[in-house]
Design a protein around this ligand. Structure first.
Ligand code: SIN
Ligand code: MN
Length: 265
């Protein structure tokens, strides 16, 4: 996938780009099944909600072949290389479950706030890419974005250790209200295979999921190699230390993986 000049300008202006059909549902269907199996395991990379439901599986690209291929997919890597004019490495990789009935809130925050404070990332030159594994609907806890909020730079934040099982640098209600008055809120929805890219300083969050419909989304954080983290405090499987540039896999790598796995089953 190649971004047009208009896409690049829109990214810098709005802080995000949404592409409803980057992968076919068939390309990501097996990944959705494998994510469910991953969440069933007890391992240090898997965090649970206070209820015990799965919240996040970190680093699945290091222990699952399908997610390894997704993490090096040219339809994700090439557009971000275009924007940063650099090679990329994986700073973070996570599958967020937003489980049916039990998926908890993500408070309003900027991701670069965490990468800067906790990981020592010099600049907001890392891109978040979401790949939908389930249908994301208005009702099952879609990611909400405040358009153009990235233009305010990195905002003051408080470290919230209480609200959910996951510590997060979160923004004040007054700050969020001011930004929403300026930019509004959007919540991109779509079928499995849709892709959302957003700036590290774009303010975002999501409500809880009380529906019977899970909302699994994979998040890749691709960092420019020259912007590698300097003073990490979080474990290696949350903030990776392997700064080797990603070499993209073949464009049909996911469908080949699905064919091979289904044939072996
Ligand atoms: C995040 O902000 O990192 C995740 C939010 C979500 O999955 O809803
Ligand atoms: Mn975030």
């Amino acid at each position: 996938m190649q971004l047009s000049q208009a896409d690049i300008e829109k990214f810098h202006r709005e802080g995000f780009l949404f592409f409803p059909d980057v992968f076919t549902p068939a390309e990501v269907a097996l990944l959705a099944e494998e994510a469910v199996a991953i969440f069933d395991h007890d391992r240090k990379e898997i965090w649970r909600e206070k209820s015990g439901a799965p919240r996040t599986a970190f680093a699945a690209h290091t222990y699952n072949e399908g997610f390894r291929r997704l993490g090096a997919h040219p339809r994700l890597i090439r557009p971000v290389e275009q924007i940063f004019a650099d090679k990329l490495y994986m700073h973070q990789f996570k599958i967020n479950a937003k489980a049916a009935f039990d998926g908890d809130v993500w408070q309003w925050h900027q991701d670069y706030g965490t990468w800067m404070r906790d990981d020592g990332m010099p600049e907001p030159r890392a891109m978040n890419i979401s790949v939908f594994l389930d249908e994301v609907m208005p009702i099952n806890g879609p990611l909400m974005l405040i358009p153009r909020s990235h233009r305010h730079g990195t905002l003051a934040a408080g470290h919230d250790l209480e609200t959910t099982s996951y510590p997060l640098w979160t923004l004040d209600k007054e700050v969020v209200t001011r930004l929403v008055n300026e930019g509004g809120i959007v919540a991109p929805t779509g079928l499995p295979g849709a892709v959302l890219m957003f700036h590290g300083n774009l303010v975002h969050g999501s409500a809880g999921n009380i529906t019977p419909f899970p909302r699994k989304i994979v998040y890749l954080t691709l960092n420019a190699v020259s912007n590698f983290i300097r003073t990490p405090t979080r474990p290696e499987w949350i903030a990776h230390r392997d700064f080797t540039p990603i070499e993209p896999v073949a464009d049909d790598a996911l469908i080949q993986y699905a064919l091979t796995r289904r044939a072996a089953a």
